[in-house]
Design a protein around this ligand. Sequence first.
Ligand code: ATP
Length: 244
Amino acid sequence: METAEIIKMPQRHIAAIAVEKAYRKGDHKIPVLHGVNIDVNRGEFVSIVGQSGSGKSTLLHLLGLLDAPSVGEIHLDSQRIDDLSAKSRDELRNRVFGFIFQFYHLLPELSVIENVLSPLMIRHSLLGYLRRKKQFQNEARELLDRVGLSHRLTHRPSELSGGEMQRAAIARALIGKPEVLLADEPTGNLDATTGGEIMDLLRKLNEEEGLTIVMVTHDNVIAEQAGRTVRLREGRLEKLAEAA
Ligand SMILES: Nc1ncnc2c1ncn2[C@@H]1O[C@H](COP(=O)(O)OP(=O)(O)OP(=O)(O)O)[C@@H](O)[C@H]1O
């Protein structure tokens, strides 16, 4: 009797299917994406490269439900998610996705640990938050320890270096236990060494915790550190290298 070979199929996590996006500017339509297909598997680390203006951030925003495609679909696992009600999309975005950006977007008037806790303050009712405040603070401290910032809990963002601000932003993105981290030029404002340290951290999160990561970058050296790279060209995706 033949032994059936068990082939482990990669599991689709997040996908864009035949996505088109055009922005409106007055009477004008600005077409940006022309039928983009991308499938990111659970636990994958994918980088998206392409020239400035090629639509990288636009695509990332569509994947994370920050914006809606003009045509096409966004799927999470096997579920279409771009056509959900605004409330369901908000809920899903907050629960499933963590975001980090080139300029960190930390709240300047809050301390590092308060910044990390801020998504939980938004997610829970005041009473619910206060009831679990100790637990949440412990989780925030653990995360800040993991990103190497346990000595900066009460600093304000203006008292941090760029690398430290991005570490704080990563901890903030992780506090809600996201399944997918979407990173828009996470090293774009950092020197090569500091950017490398941030990439080490992202790779560790991907390899050790199985976090799915989609990262936009214009830097090919940074992009190569992901497991797979795709390039946006004239609003369409072409496949590049796959890591060995
Ligand atoms: N809200 C908007 N309204 C109108 N046009 C927009 C809007 N957002 C982006 N665009 C245009 O869409 C195109 C793609 O922008 P996008 O930010 O996605 O590119 P990108 O590849 O991320 O560029 P960069 O590497 O410079 O950040 C650009 O020409 C931009 O001007």
